[in-house]
Design a protein. Structure first.
Length: 248
């Protein structure tokens, strides 16, 4: 029997929210392209788990999204693998503090190229396949796109730009392609250079009406809703933040 499952490309799907999104879509019957930059083993583990459930339903593809040539290759290989593409989830992003007086051109390139330029040119390269497949796009925005996070001007600007692209694409690509966004609040605390101290975390929770962090499932389920269950929704950015955006 021919494999006719819809196909989604999820960027940054080796771990955290991207991996949970891939798992959630797979449980809804999708085939998955698991993109990763450096987390090769984690990506392979995600794909192997999915393939154990449904053989041949997940593959991994590596690309550095700050490199435009690799973005183009990612799109080409994603479409070529099953010959179709029905969903694109722009999840991958770079997050770390960069105060204006200390920010460098390298910071600009790292953050803006990954968080804003890559989603634009990835969608552009995937667009013929998405149109053919009556596709849907979900961009991971951030509540800081509207209320910038102190000392993160480039990150905040990149997410504000992606929010604007979401609404522009919803107009420009209709009616064949729907484009929406999900704007998480506190779900998983940042890792590495962008990690927050306990005092900052507590301050965030105190401004969150539901008084807790969300879960990766909260985000993944919302993405799946927009891809699978919302044929008359486009151009919307859904906050999934426990109400925190009410207090910003």
């Amino acid at each position: 029997m021919a494999d006719t499952a819809p196909v989604a490309l999820v960027t940054g799907a080796a771990h955290r929210l991207g991996a949970k999104t891939a798992q959630t879509l797979h449980a809804r019957g999708w085939n998955l392209i698991i993109h990763y930059r450096s987390q090769h083993q984690k990506a392979e583990t995600v794909a192997a788990d999915l393939n154990q459930t449904r053989p041949g339903s997940a593959v991994t593809l590596q690309a550095d999204l700050s490199n435009l040539a690799e973005v183009q290759q990612l799109a080409e290989h994603s479409v070529a693998h099953w010959g179709r593409l029905n969903g694109l989830v722009n999840n991958a992003s770079v997050f770390y503090p960069n105060p204006t007086e200390l920010a460098t051109a390298q910071d600009w390139d790292s953050i803006l190229n990954t968080n804003l330029r890559a989603p634009f040119f990835l969608l552009q390269a995937c667009l013929p396949a998405l149109r053919d497949g009556a596709g849907s796009v979900v961009n991971l925005i951030d509540i800081y796109s509207e209320r910038p996070l102190p000392q993160h001007p480039l990150y905040s600007a990149s997410k504000a730009g992606l929010a604007a692209l979401t609404k522009s694409w919803a107009k420009d690509l209709a009616p064949s392609v729907r484009v929406n966004g999900v704007s998480p609040g506190a779900i998983l605390w940042p890792e590495g250079e962008g990690k927050l101290d306990s005092g900052h975390r507590q301050a965030i929770l105190e401004k969150t009406p539901l008084a807790r962090t969300g879960t990766p499932e909260d985000i993944a389920d919302t993405i799946a809703f927009l891809l699978c269950d919302a044929p008359f929704i486009t151009g919307q950015i859904l906050p999934v933040d426990g109400g925190r955006s009410l207090n910003m």
